[in-house]
Design a protein around this ligand. Structure first.
Ligand code: IVH
Length: 673
């Protein structure tokens, strides 16, 4: 190859890598494997080693590894990098709308754009003739710091635009405003990595992103999972509406939040905005509100400013999810399996409309790792469905009165010594007659996934155990009305109802009873699998370890757990008592596995059957060790075809799944005999 064609090939390679980079980091849809990508990069490195004079500033290799800077240079923004006014309610939004409608009549019929208010940091990206030339922090809005080297390391920030739409016109100078952030999932991974290395973990994605962006050594920044989302063209915008601007940015190859939406009117916006708070939990980046923008940029500009805030946009802020309060004490819970878990007792504090008094501390290692001390001021987070937890202490405001917490040597309930299990961080109370464990065990037994004894809550269970009325789950079935009437708040009616609920629970299927026993690692799904294969608890208790291990989804640990549970004398006694009380469900389906002809095979049934009923064919397949699923996939082994099949048949044909009749299914099992 002559030198000129070599250079042309080099430039084409740069474009190719930019394309794949965009597919991976912006569109989340790579079209080549990581391995192939690495090969391309390696080729690029090789060429650049031979021809360093060719390397343009937008080469993908220029993303990382620049020498550490002494400090950041200051840089003046081409236009003010503004902030936003806040609203906290629909009423605030109406006030805003009325205010600006008075300034410009056109606002009344205006369209609006809703965007996530990403909880990150503003960065300003400069492109000259499509090449990334500078990146800056917001600073005071007029002058920021030049963090070009650090921005280069962010893979979702294009080094060259347009990334693939060649026909797109771009202005010579384009300045884009973006939010730099760390995704929730990346943040968890990053902290896991630091915890493993024994290094300090971070409090939240935003602070980590902020700290990372201003590191002087860009090679460290390159290891931080920073991302950007763009939302404004600060200079050089050829578009006249916000919605078109977002589309334009996306076409150029910039990442743009895809939850953003256009609203036809103010009222339409108020309707659409209602679902936004739910996005807070479903998006992989933190948002602290929604930004509402007038779509027409001319109208927005005409509205001018109130102080530093443009009138044409406003942020509807969500209630805070993180607040600080005092950690009054650390309590320790004893779980069903004897596991000890610490929890925080807090000076009560409101978070998002709920008073929080307790929060989880995960485990004892967490307390040590975060250096959380009793009486510390702590940052508490309550988000969505997650149990409130302590993010960490605010160590800067310590007074010296704080006390280091030490995990207990004795079980806080029964006072017996606690033990640790190899390879586990947890500590356990190993005393099987520890009342705390018995209570939790019974609580689990009566729960919805277990025997579903309606009305028998933890408070009643606690009293029953504390009064010595029951010692294990089987004793529930021996309770008399006179026993219940001894408890707080019990009258005839309530006692009758509970006794009825206990009696009624005898009809629960075997799978519920297996779940209710609380065998380590055997949840609802595993219990169902066991109930499918074993006729009753007798059959299960005498099952061979290997039989259990061979079930799909079971491994040596769960097989051992089942075996160990049934081997324990006290558990055998509970079973005897249950059986004597008539709590002895038998496998409801007839699908007790008798043969293994279909073992490992997945079946789907479609169309009207003539040989079997719907349930009958499923039982038949299961009895022979096979699995039945509702939809055809590449993993399906056979489609059993009845009359007038639907789309499943077509799908099976396109996927090349074997299609058989009911009769063929039957003969498959007969062949063996
Ligand atoms: S628009 C005039 N849009 O929120 C433009 N800001 O005080 C003003 N932010 O510092 C900003 N997501 O860093 C805008 N979709 C979004 C945003 C957003 C996050 C940040 C931005 C700004 C702060 C508002």
């Amino acid at each position: 190859m002559d030198i000129q064609s070599e250079k042309t090939a080099y430039q084409a390679l740069i474009k190719e890598i930019h394309f794949h980079n965009h597919r991976y980091h912006v569109l989340d849809g790579p079209v080549i494997s990581d391995y192939e990508f690495d090969q391309l990069l390696m080729r690029l490195h090789k060429i650049e080693k031979m021809h360093p004079e060719w390397i343009p500033p937008d080469s993908p290799t220029q993303r990382s590894g620049a020498a550490p800077a002494e400090r950041f240079e200051k840089t003046t923004h081409p236009a003010s990098i503004l902030s936003l006014a806040n609203a906290f309610s629909e009423e605030d939004l109406r006030d805003w709308f009325n205010r600006i409608s008075k300034i410009d009549e056109r606002v009344r019929d205006s369209e609006f754009v809703l965007e996530p208010k990403i909880d990150g940091l503003t960065v300003v990206l400069h492109y000259h003739k499509g090449v990334f030339v500078q990146g800056a922090t917001r600073g005071n809005g007029e002058i920021g710091e030049d963090i070009t080297k650090n921005i280069r390391t962010i893979k979702s920030a294009p080094l060259k635009i347009p990334v693939h739409e060649k026909s797109l016109d771009i202005p010579e100078k384009l300045v884009v405003r973006a939010e730099a952030y760390i995704a929730k999932s990346d943040f968890l991974r990053l902290n896991e990595r630091f915890a493993k290395l024994g290094e300090k973990t971070y409090q939240n994605p935003r602070n980590t992103a902020a700290g990372s962006l201003r590191l002087l050594d860009s090679s460290i920044v390159a290891e931080r999972p920073l991302r950007i989302l763009t939302y404004t063209v600060v200079a050089g915008n050829p578009k006249t509406s916000q919605w078109e601007t977002l589309e334009y940015l996306r076409k150029l190859g910039f990442p743009v939040a895809n939850v953003s939406e256009k609203c036809t009117s103010f009222e339409d916006m108020l309707l659409k905005i209602k679902k936004w708070e739910a996005y807070r939990d479903s998006l992989d980046y933190e948002i602290d509100g929604v930004v509402i923008k007038i779509n027409d940029l001319k109208i927005a500009e005409n509205l001018g400013f109130a102080g530093k805030d443009p009138r044409g946009a406003i942020a509807l802020k969500f209630p805070a999810q993180e607040v600080t309060t005092r950690l009054l004490d650390i309590g320790v819970n004893v779980g069903r399996t004897g596991i000890l878990t610490p929890y925080a007792i807090l000076d009560p504090v409101e978070i998002g409309g709920v008073i929080v008094k307790q929060a989880t501390l995960h485990n004892f290692d967490y307390i040590e790792e975060k250096d959380i001390r009793i009486k510390d001021r702590v940052l508490v987070k309550r988000a969505g469905e997650v149990i409130p937890y302590i993010i960490g202490p605010i160590s800067d405001v310590r007074t010296g009165e704080e006390e280091v917490f030490l995990p207990p040597d004795l079980c806080p309930t029964c006072g017996k010594p606690v033990e640790s299990v190899p390879n586990e961080v947890a500590w356990y109370c190993v005393n099987n007659s520890c009342p705390a464990q018995i209570i939790r065990n019974i609580e689990h037994f009566v729960s919805k996934v277990g025997m579903d004894i309606v009305g028998l809550g933890i408070k009643i269970v606690k009293q029953l155990v504390e009064f010595g009325l029951i010692k294990d789950v089987a004793d529930l079935y021996g309770l008399k009305k006179s026993d219940l009437l001894k408890l707080d708040g019990f009258a005839e009616k309530k006692a009758d109802n509970i006794l009825l609920a206990i009696e009624e629970s005898k009809t629960r299927p075997l799978s519920n009873l297996v779940t209710a026993l609380g065998i380590h690692g055997i949840g609802e799904i595993a219990a169902e699998e066991l109930a499918l294969r074993f006729q009753d608890l007798d059959a299960l208790s005498s099952a061979k370890n290997a039989d259990i291990e061979s079930i799909d989804g079971f491994g040596p640990n769960s097989a051992d757990a089942v075996e160990n549970w049934f081997a324990l004398e006290e558990n055998r006694n509970v079973l005897k008592k249950l059986s004597a009380f008539g709590v002895w469900p038998e496998s409801k389906t007839n699908a007790v596995v008798t043969k293994k002809t279909f073992e490992g095979l997945k079946f789907v049934v479609t169309g009207t059957l003539s040989e079997f009923t719907r349930d009958g064919i499923k039982d038949f397949i299961k009895q022979n060790g096979g699995k039945v699923s509702d939809s055809v996939s590449a993993k399906t082994d056979y489609l059993v075809l009845g009359e007038n099949p639907g789309s499943k048949y077509e799908k099976a044909q396109t996927l090349g799944v074997k299609v058989i009749s009911e009769l063929e299914l039957k003969t498959m099992t007969e062949d063996e005999n």
